[in-house]
Design a protein around this ligand. Sequence first.
Ligand SMILES: [Zn+2]
Length: 299
Amino acid sequence: MSFAAEVKQELLQCVPAPCCENAQNAALLLFGRMFSAGELSLLTENAAVAEAYAAAVRYFSGVTPGIEHTKGGNCKIDVTDRVVTEAAAAEVGVFLRAGKKRLRPDAFEKLCCRESFLRGVFLVCGTVTDPDKDYHLEFSAPSGGLAEDLTALLEAVGRAPRQMTRHGAHVVYLKNSEEIEDLLGSLGATETAMQVMGAKMYKDIRNTINRKVNFENANLARSMAASNRQYNAICVIERKQGLKSLPEDLRVLAQLRLENREAGTAELAKMLPEPLTVSGANHRFHRIQKIAEKLEENE
Ligand SMILES: [Zn+2]
């Protein structure tokens, strides 16, 4: 089952309060494929959503429509019986501006009803990407006007949705993981909201670890390169004139480097009979390298 189907299954288990039933059922019909006084229709791959839509038609008209299974594996409901469609249109009409398929700005008095309406909208035209892959939740509204009303409704519950048209579809979407998680939670999909949160946390932790590992690898590479440079310079001096030629302070450090090739400069600095700071040790290595360079130039 897809993540979106899991979310919908969870949402369908929510029982709307008596005051919210109208709103959720109206949303199912209004945001379906077709909603008019002459036709109600829905095409969905989700059988449970088709059941919910059929229940909404029954809720408003008393008549249960049949669900047809298409060859493509979708569920189709198409109601043209005017007794049914007109009854449903009249009931849903209380949420609409006079004579228009546009939501009344004051359609919902209570937050619970507004959220139930949004739950219905998400069930019938929403989808959400698996949070392990991406953060994307969208509604595909049946008209530009309803996409605008939906945007306003989401804004009224504190979301910041964006709108676009895709192949003629009116899409309202959220990209922010927190917004998606909050919206799913407020619609009643708390389990799946937790999954979004978990995925986000996992990604954040993984990114932090990767950053740390990269940082440590880079440090290690830098330290190894420095050690090799020091080692090579010391080998040049040893070959040309022996380490005994070096002043005592440099000779002791050079000897330590030869014996501890993989140690970092800081470690070597601490091993000295009279421990040095890193910059003190670096300064001595710098002098060693200068001597080696001179010897090589004189060759
Ligand atoms: Zn309510």
